[in-house]
Design a protein around this ligand. Structure first.
Ligand code: ACO
Length: 403
């Protein structure tokens, strides 16, 4: 759907591309994505290799600084991040103001935005490279604490303070699951699975939340404000919010007797608003390479943890049927990254309404890299045009004369 309309009151033409389906908003050297071939690379490295051999902090470094770190560089990066994992005690009090029923994504976006109040130097558009790097490390460190505490808030438990001798992922698991009275045993299978999931979510070029981060950042807004806006965009069910909806859908299908044909028919019915959640993608018109890796990881994690989850079978049955169904084939609808991720989150004990928070933690390095690139390239403020389709000029009428 590409259309050209003429602006009424100005010379020249404006392109109308609703949903920006074919509009490039920037030049970027971060992530390469070929939706026809199903290829995804971060800074040139295939996603398959990174998921197999790397870990989340190394991928964060790669995305933000453009190269794989040396041993010394990653040691410094990790230790600087551990140093910033505590959040200000006055910020902790903000959690007390939220009802326990608050969705953790609402808490996350508010608290990330609140970082501007605690670190006002982040508001300076002319901050030095050193100051920018400090803000970046603070954000990576504190998001896992804020995320874990938003969960603790939802279950009414006291928070766990970070344990900085642990690696990033293990520290997050500790803050999520340890009780004041007992330690949480860090399981390497779980740490490995979580690293993989976070890597697979770490960047995806100009998607809705990333474009939001760049758009807000283009007004010279701070890193924290820009990322907070990205978190809000990610929360939408057509974007990151889909991972929660997939599990809820699979649960509903299970409760309905596991009749996948019935639910596929529902997804195809144009009079029914229901969509098969976790299926379809704006850019991939082929298999989402991340979904392939996650599907295998789901099998591996469940078998390593000795979990037999019937919804994995339902998911596989749905996928198999959809891949040969003309409706899905013609529209090139394949499982996306969200289709199997929730099954792994569930297996490792992450509650459903934290799924999108996990996505946000994973996407953070990508948002940061994109915000930094925008700054370094001194990109202009984002300001799309429109085709005006409203009333032409009208005269104001007093209220007594209006029909
Ligand atoms: N189930 C059933 N039909 C679908 C689905 C689906 N999941 N996705 C798309 N379609 C159909 C549409 O109804 C439309 O059919 P039509 O041509 O007969 O009108 C056609 O496929 C094209 O769909 P669009 O909505 O135009 O495709 P678009 O690129 O705008 O949307 C999107 C992509 C939003 C991801 C869509 O596929 C969707 O809603 N999927 C379900 C939600 C989801 O999984 N979102 C996560 C995306 S991945 C991510 O953000 C990390």
């Amino acid at each position: 759907a590409f259309d050209i309309g003429k602006l009424r009151d100005q010379s020249g033409y404006v392109t109308l591309d609703s949903g920006y389906k074919n509009t490039g908003a920037t030049k970027s050297a971060i992530t390469f994505l070929d939706g026809e071939e199903g290829i995804l690379r971060y800074r040139g490295y295939p996603i398959e290799q990174l998921a197999e051999h790397s870990n989340f902090m190394e991928v964060a470094y790669l995305l933000i600084y453009g190269k794989l770190p040396t041993q010394q560089e990653i040691t410094d990066f990790n230790s600087q991040i551990s140093r910033h994992t505590l959040v200000h005690e006055d910020m902790r009090k903000i959690f007390d103001g939220f009802p326990s029923s608050a969705h953790p994504m609402g808490i996350l976006s508010s608290l990330v935005s609140a970082l501007t109040a605690f670190y006002p130097e982040s508001l300076d558009p002319n901050q030095s490279e050193e100051e920018m790097n400090l803000n970046i490390k603070r954000l990576i460190a504190k998001i896992s604490t804020i995320a874990a505490w938003s969960y603790k808030n939802s279950v009414g438990h006291p928070v766990n303070y970070p344990k900085n001798k642990l690696d990033y992922v293990s520290n997050f698991l500790h803050m999520m699951f340890a009780f004041p009275t007992e330690d949480y045993d860090i399981n390497p299978v779980v740490v490995n699975a979580l690293n993989k999931l976070l890597i697979l979510h770490a960047d995806h070029e100009q998607n809705c939340s990333t474009s939001t981060v760049r758009m807000v950042g283009s007004a010279n807004a701070s890193l924290y404000s820009s990322v907070s806006a990205g978190i809000c965009a990610l929360w939408g069910p057509l974007h990151g919010g889909a991972n929660q909806e997939v599990i809820e859908m699979l649960e509903e299908i299970k409760a309905d007797g596991g009749n996948t044909d019935k639910w596929l028919a529902k997804a195809k019915d144009k009079n029914d608003p229901f969509r098969l959640m976790g299926f379809g993608h704006r850019v991939y018109k082929n298999f989402d390479p991340r979904a392939k890796i996650i599907k295998k990881a789901a099998d591996d994690v469940l078998s390593a943890l000795g979990i037999d989850d019937p919804i994995l079978e339902i998911a596989k049955k749905l996928e198999e049927a959809a891949l040969t169904d003309p409706y899905f084939v013609e529209r090139k609808l394949y499982p996306n990254v969200d289709f199997y991720s929730g099954i792994i989150y569930r297996a490792i004990g992450i509650p459903t309404d934290m799924f999108t928070v996990m996505f946000a933690m994973g996407r953070l390095p990508g948002w940061i890299a994109q915000w930094k690139e925008l700054r370094e390239n001194k990109e202009p403020i984002g300001r799309p045009r429109q085709i005006y389709v409203g009333e032409t000029e009208r005269n104001y009428t007093p209220i007594s004369e209006r029909a």
